[in-house]
Design a binder for this molecule. Structure first.
Ligand SMILES: Nc1ncnc2c1ncn2[C@@H]1O[C@H](COP(=O)(O)OP(=O)(O)OP(=O)(O)O)[C@@H](O)[C@H]1O
Ligand SMILES: [Mg+2]
Length: 287
């Protein structure tokens, strides 16, 4: 790992911890009033899904799914094709509504009562399987648009950023290794660089929870390695859920791994633990 990134990672972690301590000291707690829309982490969970079910034309894509994510956690989700990994992200982000079940962000925000746009505003950033950057715009303009949120393209591109926004943008450009490419049209970037730019577009919005769906698919080995470094740098500062099929990558970044199969949690533990699980082996070999 690049020492500069490590140092940045440690520095950001310190900031995040300090900020968290301040929040916990003055923020919501047992017996305190939580402001509407404020994230309540007093129960130690930033996200929980309980007994969630989704059917598509009678096919149960998500089947009694329950999952818990702790604040600052980096959770890896693996599982065969069609296991429901992307559908789970669709549910968290409000793209798909479950037929039944509970989905909470922190202790008090019922995500099933919010639209996709509201959920993004609440601090859940999502990267889709395919990169969706604006190819005709430069790297900088893409980040500029993202930091300004939902304002119109014209207003955003020609609008002015605040000092704090410029600082954040510069910081993210370094993190995603595109600081020397900021004037380049996004369409001219490599596949891996487009993926990093898209992650950068989420990071400038400072999400509390980051959902990454197959972030290293189609990347070269070197790009995959750099993406692992990036995710490890972000760890602790954002809660992160990573879905991937690349086991080498998972092995590099993983703490707790959840295996999804047929819409439910099949196993949970370290990568070595779940890989040694008979049912997990059967599920993968059975396909
Ligand atoms: N909108 C939809 N309409 C009908 N079926 C769907 C829809 N979305 C997903 N499915 C089905 O639900 C199941 C789960 O799909 P999902 O995309 O969540 O799997 P996944 O775990 O992300 O797989 P992969 O690893 O291939 O990305 C699949 O059988 C899929 O065909
Ligand atoms: Mg998927």
């Amino acid at each position: 790992m690049n020492p500069e990134l490590m140092e940045q990672g440690a520095e950001r972690l310190r900031h995040a911890r300090e900020a968290h301590q301040v929040r916990s000291a003055s923020g919501p707690g047992y017996g305190r009033v939580v402001q509407p829309g404020q994230l309540d982490l007093t129960h130690g969970r930033i996200l929980y899904l309980e007994d969630v079910n989704v059917s598509f034309d009678g096919f149960k894509a998500i089947n009694h799914l329950s999952i818990d994510i702790a604040p600052g956690e980096l959770r890896c989700i693996i599982g065969p094709n069609g296991a429901g990994k992307t559908t789970m992200m669709d549910i968290i982000t409000g793209k798909t509504r479950p037929n039944s079940g509970t989905v909470f962000f922190g202790g008090t925000i019922n995500l099933l009562r919010h639209s996709e746009a509201e959920i993004a505003q609440l601090g859940i950033g999502r990267k889709f399987q395919r990169p969706t950057v604006f190819e005709a715009l430069s790297v900088y303009e893409n980040l500029e648009l993202a930091i300004q949120g939902s304002r119109s393209l014209r207003a955003s591109v020609w609008g002015h950023l605040t000092g704090a926004q410029k600082d954040r943008l510069a910081e993210v450009l370094v993190l995603i290794r595109l600081a020397d490419q900021l004037a380049r049209k996004a369409g001219l970037l490599s596949h891996g660089q487009k993926q990093w730019l898209e992650i950068g577009m989420l990071l400038v919005q400072d999400p509390r929870l980051l959902l990454l769906d197959e972030p290293v698919a189609g990347m070269t080995d070197q790009e995959t390695e750099r993406t692992a470094e990036l995710i490890l740098t972000l760890k602790g500062q954002h809660s992160i859920i990573v879905v991937e099929h690349d086991m080498g990558f998972i092995d590099t970044i993983a703490e707790k791994v959840t295996v999804l199969a047929e819409g439910s949690v099949l196993a949970e533990g370290t990568l070595a633990q779940v890989q040694a699980d008979e049912r997990v082996i059967e599920t993968y070999l059975g396909r």
